[in-house]
Design a protein. Structure first.
Length: 178
């Protein structure tokens, strides 16, 4: 197996560390293997890859789709982010709970977030290139979210030494409805 899978405290979430093979010329690693993921119970079909670049203190999220829920495999190609998943599954015993992973281009670690979670991240480095695979296509009419600083969820966002930068859309997201 070319990955180490770490089960997170909320069922379904995994932090994934690829085995990196490096020498004086650089490095190589597999960023995804259907066979290895299926061996630990992650049997999903990815249909879309996305990538973004953001500057330090940019906070994106917390986003989800209502009808066309997306599972995601997220990673940082360059830089570092504080990545968060919030359980919004209706019958989950951990509904409203969150878990975070610091993703970095240096470690090349990944975070698997199944369907039924809201997702967001905060850029910790000067900039970050963020990439992710999705199990369903993006549907603009189906998007929704939760305000980043929801008091019920209580995410402990780290300080980056400056004010967080959010889109107008993200600043207007509603509170969590338990």
């Amino acid at each position: 197996m070319t990955f180490d899978f770490k089960l997170c405290p909320i069922a379904g979430l995994y932090e994934i560390m690829p085995k990196i093979f490096g020498d004086s010329r650089g490095y190589f690693f597999e960023s995804y293997s259907e066979r290895d993921f299926a061996a630990v119970g992650i049997s999903v079909r990815f249909v879309q890859d996305n990538q973004s670049k953001s500057l330090k203190s940019v906070l994106r999220g917390l986003h989800f789709q209502k009808k066309y829920s997306q599972g995601k495999l997220v990673r940082v190609i360059d830089g570092e982010v504080f990545d968060v998943a919030v359980d919004i599954r209706p019958d989950s015993p951990t509904k409203g709970k969150w878990h975070s992973v610091v993703l970095s281009g240096e470690k090349q670690n990944q975070f698997f977030i199944p369907e039924g979670f809201a997702h967001g991240f905060l850029v910790l480095s000067d900039s970050a290139v963020f990439a992710y695979k999705c199990t369903d296509f993006y549907h603009v009419e189906d998007e929704d979210g939760i305000i980043w600083n929801d008091s019920v969820i209580g995410i402990d966002w780290p300080s980056v030494g400056m004010k967080y930068l959010l889109s107008e859309k993200d600043l207007k997201l509603p509170a969590f409805m338990p």
